[in-house]
Design a protein around this ligand. Structure first.
Ligand code: 3EB
Length: 350
């Protein structure tokens, strides 16, 4: 069985592990300094092991990971962000966070209602996120993960949920930028790396990393910056960079955003899984190279596949293209934010 935990001797301030539930009991029992815990799974949460994992987590993302041989509970995965040094909890509104003086991990969840578009709620929660960052001095958002239920479905106003989400997120970025003494001048020019994919249930689940120093914002020259996508993709554009790099003492890090088969602003290889995998890996390679990294230096990769039936094929195609050990890649079945995208890949070096 692979060891899913970073070695205790790791000197890094920020550590990460993604492991199937059941591989080694509750992560809370290991006596490490925990910045944040994410539970992934849409399995039966009434199962005792699932309930225990749920209790030990800060945010539950109802998204099925593909079963791992070491998992005793099917598709439940737990993600843990550790600190080498003690952590302190902070909160603001619905946003809960912990930090170790160098890096802050936070999260929030909000319910989605069939009768009400999510725009205002998303905007308000993102504003709370920015206010928390401002209050705590972790003024720079480095990386955000967004999980949005019914992401490709039309909301009560007929707008695709992802587009309504983008509207709320974009308004919050703009609003905070304009707020007098609370202004974050970076918020328009310097976006965080991000992922936004679908999930089950009825809600939006977000977790993020922020720091005291700005991240470096990286774009892909053959992709239009997402925050400049034309109005054909929604009233307000997404708010993210293709990648960000940030540095903690002794620890350079790279966060590559969810990367798909998009050239310019257009989805390409529509209906062609292999073509989309190839283009996504090319984009990942370009972005990693712009950050001075090879694909082989990417330690943690997540692959989101729209259709469960495509998982074996996607893994078989991506494995040789990425050229990293299979243990570094975790696959999830999730809707991608554009109806015509079948696969998306994100990656990190910590
Ligand atoms: C794209 O390139 C594909 O809205 O935060 C990738 C990563 C995508 C992040 C987001 C969306 C987001 O537009 C989708």
């Amino acid at each position: 069985m692979p060891d899913f935990l970073p070695p205790r001797s790791t000197p890094h301030l920020l550590q990460y592990a993604l492991s199937p539930v059941g591989a080694h009991g509750s992560v809370a029992a290991l006596g490490r300094h925990v910045l944040g815990r994410v539970l992934y799974g849409s399995a039966d949460m009434a199962h005792p092991a699932a309930r225990q994992a749920l209790q030990a987590s800060d945010v539950h993302v109802p998204l099925a990971g593909t079963p791992h041989p070491a998992a005793t509970h099917g598709a439940l995965w737990q993600e843990c962000w550790y600190s080498r040094t003690p952590v302190q909890a902070v909160r603001h509104g619905h946003v809960r966070a912990r930090h170790n003086q160098h890096v802050l991990w936070g999260c929030f969840s909000l319910p989605l209602h069939a009768q009400t578009p999510c725009t205002a709620d998303v905007q308000q929660h993102y504003l709370h996120l920015f206010e928390l960052l401002h209050q705590t001095g972790f003024a720079h958002l480095w990386r955000v993960w967004n999980f949005v239920s019914h992401i490709n479905a039309a909301d009560a106003q007929g707008l695709e949920t992802y587009r309504a989400f983008n509207q709320g997120r974009s308004l919050a970025f703009a609003q905070f930028f304009d707020r007098g003494e609370q202004a974050m001048p970076w918020a328009r020019r310097q976006m965080p790396a991000a992922t936004a994919v679908g999930c089950a249930g009825n809600g939006v689940h977000v977790y993020f990393l922020a720091g005291r120093q700005p991240a470096r914002h990286i774009e892909n020259p053959r992709q239009q910056p997402a925050y400049h996508y034309p109005a054909a993709y929604g009233p307000l554009p997404p708010s993210f960079a293709r990648a960000s790099t940030a540095t903690l003492p002794g620890q350079p890090m790279l966060f590559v955003s969810g990367t798909a088969s998009i050239i310019g602003h257009s989805s390409v290889h529509i209906g062609d899984l292999a073509g989309q995998c190839r283009t996504a890996v090319e984009n990942l390679h370009i972005v990693a190279a712009r950050a001075g990294r090879s694909l082989q230096q990417l330690q943690h990769l997540k692959v989101y596949v729209r259709h469960a039936r495509d998982v074996p094929a996607a893994c078989a195609i991506l494995q040789p293209l990425l050229g990293v050990e299979p243990e570094r890649i975790t696959c999830f079945v999730a809707d991608i934010c554009r109806q015509n995208l079948l696969v998306e890949i994100e990656a990190m070096q910590l």
